[in-house]
Design a protein around this ligand. Structure first.
Ligand SMILES: Nc1ncnc2c1ncn2[C@@H]1O[C@H](COP(=O)(O)OP(=O)(O)OP(=O)(O)O)[C@@H](O)[C@H]1O
Ligand SMILES: CC(=O)N[C@H]1[C@@H]2OC[C@@H](O2)[C@@H](O)[C@@H]1O[C@H](C)C(=O)O
Length: 395
């Protein structure tokens, strides 16, 4: 059975909605996916600023929350309509929505005792993750069955609810002989480690959030240009500076980088307050703006590589980048130097769009939900078992 599905995603960079229209066939790890169309629909300036304010912890009333939820649902529904232009109508939408809050579960205390040796997730220690843009409204506006709220089932079972893309990565990007890392560099970075497709390879898949992707860099560029620029195009500004390695070493001492997986994070940690501390730390070294950007870029690269060296059973033979950070040539170059001899490529070179992989993944997760196939990997999210991800909304 082939199904035409739309995947919708807006990530932690809050730059806009990525929409992918895909043909999907197969069931689980035999999946085939063809990208028919992909596009990014930027948020209006007003909506983006509202979302960023909420993400940075600004107080919001219930009425404002409801309005924001539906403004996002409307923007997502419009993205779904637009991506279908001049194509056959899709029969399913997978919508990630917009994360505005993410709290990982507390460590080591995620379960309580139900008596008779049985354990259950203790609500006091569960994670919490809120994605806005309610699926019922998207289904109603588009007339298409919509799956949304993908993270809650894994979280309710005691998992992090993130990252969720690793199971899709494993289904689409494994290799018979090579161990691969798929490294997403969005606002936050996350990795999927896929061992060579041999023996019990599925059990050996790993994944976690590596830490900052572009979040600190983007905030620094906005600070340094008084909001005239939102990001360092191709990493050109950072490339004209010199990283301060002493500062990177100091920053790498931070707890998050030493926590063993499963682990997830967000703008709650790697956001404005974190950058303010970085800027303060940098004062002692009298860094130029270009040096500061080079140093923050180095933190992204070094934290990724440090996590591979610390938590992977072996270093990957190939690394494939995706997400907006894969276009940052200076960051890519630094990763290449730190990961040699493994080549650092983009997922385009493995046949999967680096720009639309996350949107494609939520189309696949919706397809799996309808088939009754689990979407999480317990070895990645820390949930005790596989669960069906997402809530189905009929139009
Ligand atoms: N040409 C480019 N040069 C440098 N950086 C770029 C370029 N294009 C995009 N980026 C970076 O990529 C970011 C957007 O990446 P992406 O859309 O993958 O993030 P996201 O999906 O919102 O985040 P996440 O994966 O954490 O949810 C931009 O904010 C910018 O920092
Ligand atoms: C809570 C949340 O939205 N997390 C995102 C974020 O952006 C990157 C990283 O942090 C990842 O864990 C996750 O997204 C991808 C799509 C995932 O779940 O795989």
């Amino acid at each position: 059975m082939t199904k035409q599905v739309i995947g919708l995603m807006s990530g932690t960079s809050v730059d806009g909605i990525d929409a992918a229209l895909v043909d999907i066939s197969g069931t689980d790890f035999d999946l085939k996916v063809e990208l028919i169309a992909g596009a990014t629909y930027p948020y209006s300036r007003e909506l983006r600023e509202r979302i960023l304010a909420v993400c940075s912890g600004e107080a919001i009333s219930m009425q404002e929350l409801a309005e924001l939820d539906d403004a996002i649902a409307l923007a997502f529904a419009q993205a779904a309509q637009n991506i279908q232009n001049s194509h056959e109508t899709a029969t399913l939408i997978g919508s990630h929505g917009q994360t505005v809050y993410h709290r990982p579960p507390s460590r080591g205390q995620g379960t309580g005792d139900r008596g008779q040796g049985e354990t259950f997730p203790n609500p006091r220690f569960l994670g919490y993750s809120l994605q806005l843009g309610r699926g019922a409204v998207i289904a109603h506006l588009t007339g298409i069955t919509t799956v949304s709220n993908f993270r809650v089932a894994d979280i309710a079972a005691g998992g992090h609810g993130a990252p969720l893309v690793p199971r899709v990565d494993a289904a689409l990007l494994s290799h018979p002989q090579e161990a691969r890392c798929i490294q997403n560099i969005g606002g936050i970075g996350n990795v999927t480690y896929i061992p060579a497709r041999q023996d019990n390879w599925l059990e050996k898949i790993r994944g976690w959030d590596t830490g900052p992707g572009n979040s600190l860099l983007d905030l620094a560029v906005q600070y340094l240009t008084n909001n005239a620029k939102t990001y360092d195009e191709n990493g050109a500004w950072a490339a004209s500076g010199t990283p301060c390695h002493a500062l990177v070493e100091q920053w790498l001492e931070q707890d998050y980088f030493h926590l063993p997986p499963p682990k997830s994070t967000g703008r709650e940690l790697f956001g404005v307050t974190y950058l303010q501390q970085c800027i303060k730390d940098a004062e002692a070294y009298q860094l130029s703006p270009a040096d500061l950007l080079a140093t923050l870029t180095e933190l992204t690269a070094a934290s990724i590589v440090h996590s591979y060296r610390t938590f992977l059973p072996q270093m990957p033979q190939q690394v494939f980048l995706c997400g907006g950070g894969s276009r940052n040539l200076y960051l890519k170059h630094r990763l290449q130097e730190l990961l040699a001899p493994a080549p650092v490529l983009t997922t385009d070179e493995a046949g999967l769009s680096a720009d639309f992989k996350e949107a494609i993944a939520f189309a696949v997760l919706a397809y799996w939900r309808k088939l009754g196939t689990p979407g999480n990997l317990p070895s990645v999210t820390g949930a005790p078992q596989e669960v069906l991800l997402g809530e189905i909304h009929e139009p």
